[in-house]
Design a protein around this ligand. Structure first.
Ligand SMILES: [Fe+2]
Length: 387
């Protein structure tokens, strides 16, 4: 029997090359008057943010840019942005960027209306009232944040990433335009692409998954696997960018309706302690967690391997080949190993403690302890010494 489940998707998805042109139309439908664009300084420098503000101004709306969002968005980024939104009487937010501005914006829409500190909303079901409307426009193919119900924020006092999870923070509209990713540099394309692959695999295999999340997760693996190398090596190939964007979207739908699992528990610990790129942390850890999970997830990992093009009938052999392939894929697309983070081995116990406390720990397909996490950090580290 299939377990009972709900599938809620409060976000209207508008997908296609050049789709960003519909921003004005969607703002009109939301009856926006005063818009804040939440983004980061890097995107302002590319000139892409001007394209967004021009589209908003052409509707006769007033717009301000908030570009102070940092990587691994911090609690104070969210609280300062919400304060600015309240002072300026902002009624609608447009999140433009990778996962950091979009995750930050999903917390800003709560605080702007409901006040308080961002950590007050940690976990599930803490948001009782409506939030101000949000439109998400991703500029990377990886995070899936444009369609997820979660926002991952760094508590800077505790150096701990926490998650706010509620359909109430989901975007009203996600405008997904692969053309916006054409200028993303190769290393960012690689890291965000492996983040999406991790969402797909974890969404497909999480304990709490259901058939819709499984289906889109597995299909996402096909899109990502077939296009990640080309998107990294030939970034102007719109077809590869298009399919990576779709893979990222499907993977986002998968994990937001299921969950992520131990790769993200470990990656979020690493990211919060070393302020390291989220996608890179996932890439470093994904094959080691899969090796650990293999006894509990052999059949599903075999299907993942086959979705990646591995033609092997025996499940155990297929799953093992899939894990080896993922290790070689990270190298092929130029992602460095764990050593690149200048990690201190003595931190492994603290990182393991943080991982086991992560809200997604129970979603891992195999029961995993603090000692297991410490061993997995060690495995990734020792392997990198040999490479
Ligand atoms: Fe992620």
């Amino acid at each position: 029997m299939i377990n009972s489940f709900d599938f809620v998707l409060p976000t209207k998805i508008r997908y296609g090359t050049g789709m960003v042109r519909v921003l004005g139309e969607e703002l009109r439908l939301l009856q926006a008057q005063k818009v804040m664009v939440i983004t980061d300084k890097g995107l302002v420098q590319t000139g892409l943010v001007n394209k967004i503000t021009d589209l908003i101004k052409s509707e006769g709306l007033s717009v301000i840019i908030y570009d102070e969002i940092e990587a691994n968005p911090k609690d104070y980024n969210v609280e300062l942005a919400a304060e600015a939104a309240r002072e300026q009487a902002i009624d609608t937010i447009v999140a433009f960027g990778g996962g950091s501005p979009i995750d930050a914006a999903k917390a800003v829409v709560v605080l702007t209306k409901q006040g308080g500190r961002v950590r007050d909303y940690q976990g599930k079901g803490k948001i009782k009232e409506d939030c101000i409307p949000l439109i998400t426009i991703p500029t990377t193919a990886g995070t899936g944040s444009e369609v997820t119900f979660s926002s991952v924020i760094t508590d800077t006092a505790d150096k701990f990433k926490f998650t706010i999870k509620s359909p109430a923070i989901a975007a009203k509209v996600a405008i997904i335009d692969p053309e916006l990713t054409l200028t993303v540099p190769p290393l960012v394309t690689a890291a965000t692409g492996i983040d999406a692959l991790t969402h797909a695999i974890e969404g497909y295999t999480a304990n709490c998954t259901e058939p819709i999340a499984e289906a889109v997760g597995l299909y996402a693996v096909e899109y990502i696997q077939g296009n990640i190398v080309e998107a990294v090596k030939n970034g102007t190939n719109i077809e590869a960018r298009d399919k990576m964007m779709m893979g990222s979207l499907l993977a986002g739908l998968s994990f937001s309706h299921a969950d992520v699992a131990s790769v993200h528990c470990m990656a979020e610990a690493l990211g919060s302690m070393y302020d390291a790129p989220h996608g890179l942390c996932n890439a470093i850890l994904l094959p080691y967690v899969m090796e650990f999970n293999l006894p509990a997830a052999e059949y599903k990992y075999a299907r993942v391997a086959r979705a990646m093009g591995i033609d092997e009938k025996d499940d155990c052999t297929a799953a093992r080949k899939g894990i080896e392939y993922i290790k070689s894929l990270s190298q092929e697309i130029g992602l460095p190993g764990i050593k690149s983070l200048n990690i201190n081995k003595e931190d492994f116990i603290i990182l393991a403690e943080m991982s086991v406390k992560n809200g997604s720990n129970d979603s891992n397909p195999r029961n995993i302890t603090k000692a297991d996490y410490a061993e997995l950090f060690n495995n990734a580290y020792n392997d990198s010494l040999m490479s």
